[in-house]
Design a protein around this ligand. Structure first.
Ligand code: CTP
Length: 402
């Protein structure tokens, strides 16, 4: 059974932590609560005791039978979540301070940590808090929220703790994936390449890069060293990921080929242009005297094909296929010609999925012809499901080589 240590600090939102505990318990998870001294003034430990069925820890010294409470809780935890996390707690974490049971446990644990900040908007916006949060994110700590809304101080703004269900979802994502990709090196490509034909124009496609970024983020959270080769997107780079920006198919090929020999997994989620303009005009093309403009295109290098030809033993290669029409038949014929380990095919004309959407539904086709059709789900959940499948393949590759 999974164990979550829930840290509760003295924010008004502490009452919402009871709901976080309740939702986790309802999923069959063991929840152990650590409250700070001051948090006890806001919610009574007996409420958490009743909801979780476990004693609530407050002080380093209140259990004579367990003088190393911080170490035992730190080891027991599969995930540590702090909700609400005050500005003070975030500052302590950022600087490695350990002066009570919660901060000591946070310093001692090797489990993934999720924090849900809650504070007054001015405190949240203060450069000190922002810098602390940036440091924590860089260390791989997951920060959920805060959200905008009415704050307990009577002001309106950013600083409200996220809803319990959002915090619980973040914890569950960690519990599902654990650190299954620890020690693995992965390369993910994302976005749609741009093929310029003059200094201001290009031939492009409608890929947003969201699927590739979600794949990179989930892999990083699960412990992989992640290299993300991305064509232009409007997205924030995921935390802890080595982002390499490219524009054209040719530039993407170069970066992918440079990195691939060292990688355990390569996921080609990018929408790579199949054609690029034959000529590039150094000067902007003018329309005067031209009723028509003809741009001849030539084929780009097929990166996935080259990867497959140069694949090293045990390397897992995943391809994507954006299709319209009969998905099963097209996906099967594609995996016969491109012998990837896994092909993630989706019908981009289906409402609610595909380009630009936050959701996707896919048909996963494996090298042996096995298929798995997924539900329509957030791209992050689909990314988690794809990594579950890849981790399984990596597991069997490790088993056969040992
Ligand atoms: N891909 C690639 N290099 C290209 C084009 C595509 O590596 N020049 C990769 C994509 O990242 C994706 C997969 O190949 O993983 C898509 O396969 P492909 O057969 O090229 O699909 P389409 O481009 O959709 O091909 P077609 O239009 O012929 O169906």
């Amino acid at each position: 059974m999974s164990c979550v240590v829930l840290g509760v600090t003295a924010g008004i939102a502490a009452y919402k932590a009871v709901e976080v505990a309740r939702q986790l318990v309802s999923k069959g998870i063991t929840v152990k609560v650590i409250m700070t001294e001051k948090a006890r003034h806001l919610v009574g430990p007996s409420t958490f005791r009743a909801v979780t069925g476990n004693p609530v820890a407050v002080s380093l010294f209140d259990d004579p039978g367990s003088p190393m409470k911080h170490i035992s809780l730190a080891r027991e935890a599969d995930v540590v979540v702090v909700a609400p996390a005050t500005a003070n707690l975030l500052a302590k974490m950022a600087h490695g301070l350990a002066d009570d049971l919660l901060s000591t446990t946070l310093l001692a644990t090797r489990a993934p940590v999720v924090v849900a900040p809650a504070m007054n908007a001015a405190m949240y916006r203060h450069p000190a808090t922002q810098e602390n949060l940036r440091k924590l994110r860089e260390r791989g700590i997951m920060v959920v929220g805060p959200e905008e809304g009415f704050l307990a101080c009577g002001e309106e703004g950013e600083g409200r703790m996220s809803e319990p269900s959002r915090i619980v979802d973040a914890v569950l994502a960690f519990l599902r994936g654990g650190r299954q990709l620890e020690g693995k090196r992965v390369l993910v490509t994302a976005g749609g390449t741009r093929e310029p034909f003059d200094p201001v124009r290009y031939v492009g496609n409608r890929s947003s890069g969201k699927m590739g970024f979600a794949l990179a983020e989930v892999a990083s959270r699960r412990g992989a060293e992640v290299h993300l080769v991305s064509a232009p997107t409007a997205l924030e780079p995921p935390q802890g990921v080595d982002l390499i920006k490219v524009e054209t198919a040719e530039q993407m090929r170069e970066e992918v080929m440079r990195l691939a020999p060292e990688m355990d997994v390569v996921v080609m989620a990018a929408a790579v242009a199949d054609y690029t303009p034959e000529r590039f005009s150094v000067e902007k093309i003018k329309k005067e005297g031209q009723e028509e403009l003809v741009i001849r295109l030539r084929r780009t290098p097929d990166i996935l094909q080259e990867l497959l030809e140069r694949r090293r033993g045990g390397q897992i290669i995943v391809g994507f296929a954006a299709e319209t029409g009969d998905l099963k038949e097209k996906a099967l014929s594609k995996i016969r010609s491109k012998k990837v380990d896994l092909l993630v095919a989706n019908d981009v004309t289906r409402p609610g999925c595909g380009f630009g959407s936050d959701h996707n539904q896919a048909l996963l086709v494996f090298r042996d012809g096995r298929m798995r059709e997924t539900d329509l789900m957030p791209k992050e959940d689909l990314a988690a499901l794809i990594w579950d499948e890849i981790a399984r393949m990596l597991g069997s590759a490790d088993d056969s080589s040992s």
